[in-house]
Design a protein around this ligand. Structure first.
Ligand code: IMP
Ligand code: MG
Length: 186
């Protein structure tokens, strides 16, 4: 397992094997929960792209796919903290069962914002599935229905997650070595 890619010094946090196994479990659970429902999976881009693709293929009920491009990094140093939804859904979600798919729930602001925005379109239900949950960093209360891994307060990259738009293509999750006392990368 490489620990250094493109100058990144990072320790693997979740291996590809562990990730595959956990996503299979989530897929089974979601398959059971959404039997007889009208599932629309909404992926939050860019961070969720890798998880979304693997999760969708682990789910065995009919579903529709859709995406939102969101720029947030809410609460992160060097960001405005404003959550901007940059695109529109292409599917009508009224009366449907929406599963919002996120890479990571950190402060909770992005999920809160998206839950509120989506609920104005009167879906039958909204649930949230996140690959990673960082409860130590929570600033607002949000309900998260499915969690891949609960992780400590570390800045992670890879498998879709970035640091300044880099490292999204790492095939595993790594912890950035150089972070300050707030957990912000330096
Ligand atoms: P929020 O603070 O819960 O609104 O999360 C906002 C966004 O910050 C997430 O969707 C990620 O894109 C990003 N983020 C939070 N923690 C990390 C991390 O450890 N690595 C990479 N991106 C992160
Ligand atoms: Mg991000």
């Amino acid at each position: 397992m490489p620990t250094r890619v493109d100058g990144l010094h990072g320790k693997p946090l979740v291996t590809q094997e562990a990730m595959r196994a956990r996503i299979r479990e989530l897929g089974r659970q979601i398959t059971a929960d959404y039997a007889q429902k009208e599932l629309i999976m909404i992926g939050v881009l860019k961070g969720a792209y890798a998880f979304y693709a693997d999760l969708a293929r682990a789910i065995r009920v009919p579903l529709k796919v859709d995406f939102l491009v969101v720029s947030s990094n809410a609460g992160r140093a060097g960001s405005s903290g404003k959550i901007k939804v940059l695109t529109e859904l292409t599917e009508d979600i009224a009366g449907r069962d929406v599963l919002l798919v996120e890479d990571i729930v950190d402060s909770g602001r992005t999920v809160r914002h998206l839950r509120n925005a989506l609920s104005t379109r009167t879906p039958k239900s909204i649930k949230v599935c996140t690959l990673l949950n960082k409860p130590d960093r929570r600033r607002v209360e949000v309900r998260v229905d499915y969690v891949g891994f609960t992780i400590p307060n570390k800045f992670v990259v890879g498998y879709g997650l970035d640091y300044r738009q880099q490292y999204r293509n790492l095939p595993y999750l790594a912890v950035l070595d150089k972070v300050d006392e707030e957990g912000e990368p330096v």
